[in-house]
Design a binder for this molecule. Structure first.
Ligand code: 13P
Ligand code: SF4
Length: 304
């Protein structure tokens, strides 16, 4: 059955000239039919270069919005309209505008997990894989980093030469993991390396053998000579790694590391979207788009 739906998706996608982009948190069966699977940064870069006129994003809303901002001439669909990222909605533009007025010499660095409206007030965007590099590279010494306090704390530790101010936003999925979860996982798997996403709390990241984005964690585990790994990010990454590396063992840091927003997109959603019977076309006011895209273009400029 899964194979039948996948074959129909591949046929329709070819016939209609559609590019399917999938974030690394998508299910294995969605990753299999995607033209490209990656972390937020790689998806942004790919969105700019994909030759197709229509793109279906299997991920969350800000990812589809990023594709639309970079390619306004394309039809861009979010495969499941209910897939949002709670962190992206945490701060209003007005609040950040007020903080900006209080600290006029600070560059506003926004995690890409933000709404298009919030991006209009940012100087530059970053993703988990590019945040350290970009904060080092921008000319300003003073930075207001929004909205993720955990990613911001990690960046601060890696870029001590910059003065980085944080606000207390973050990912509810990663932030619920505590030090005790790491201690329990390490006790259960004493020989495993611990790979973690920087959206986790600093006291969790402190135990890491590697800190990186979703793709960074996968690349590290695939290339490593080690045989066992505790995975400190959404549990889909555990499953993807189990498929890719049969000779290695992967353990979830916690059974609670599940992003329900990422999980909501199904193979049937992708098929319905291709059939014109589902998904949501991203429509964006040109004034908003042209203002918001500037910080994403700067991200790609500095991120390489
Ligand atoms: P990545 O950029 O690492 O793919 O992260 C996106 C995300 O939402 C992680 O929770
Ligand atoms: Fe947003 Fe967290 Fe889900 Fe990533 S894991 S999409 S940051 S809620």
């Amino acid at each position: 059955m899964i194979k039948d739906i996948q074959e129909e998706i591949l046929r329709l996608k070819e016939e209609k000239g559609v590019c399917i982009l999938a974030h690394s948190y998508m299910s294995e069966e969605i990753c299999e039919i995607a033209d490209f699977v990656g972390d937020s940064y790689a998806l942004s870069v790919k969105a700019k270069t994909a030759p197709e006129d229509t793109v279906i994003m299997c991920g969350v809303r800000f990812m589809a919005e990023t594709v639309k901002m970079l390619s306004p001439e394309k039809k861009v669909y979010l495969a499941n309209p209910a897939a949002g990222c709670p962190m992206a909605e945490q701060f209003d533009r007005e609040v950040i505008a007020e903080v900006r007025r209080m600290y006029p010499d600070h560059a506003v660095v926004a995690y890409v997990n933000t709404t298009a409206r919030l991006k209009t007030i940012a100087d530059v965007c970053v993703t988990s894989s590019s945040a350290v590099k970009i904060c080092r590279a921008i000319p300003q010494r003073n930075i207001l980093f929004i909205p993720d306090i955990n990613l911001g704390t990690y960046v601060k530790s890696q870029v001590p030469e910059k003065n980085i101010m944080l606000l207390s936003g973050g990912c509810p999925t990663h932030a619920k993991i505590e030090r005790s979860d790491v201690i329990a996982a390490k006790r259960a798997h004493p020989n495993a390396l611990f790979l973690v996403h920087p959206e986790c709390r600093p006291e969790v990241v402190a135990y890491a053998d590697y800190v990186g984005s979703t793709s960074g964690i996968m690349d590290y585990a695939e290339k490593s000579a080690a045989r066992e790994f505790i995975i400190g990010t959404e549990n889909s990454i555990v499953q993807h790694l189990q498929f890719r590396c049969h000779d290695k063992k992967f353990y979830p840091l916690s059974k609670d590391l599940v992003c329900h927003n990422m999980k909501i997109t199904t193979l049937a959603d992708v098929l319905n979207c291709l059939n014109g019977d589902g998904g949501e076309e991203i429509v964006m006011d040109e004034g908003l788009r042209s203002q918001a895209v500037k910080c994403i273009e700067r991200m790609i400029h500095y991120g390489g």
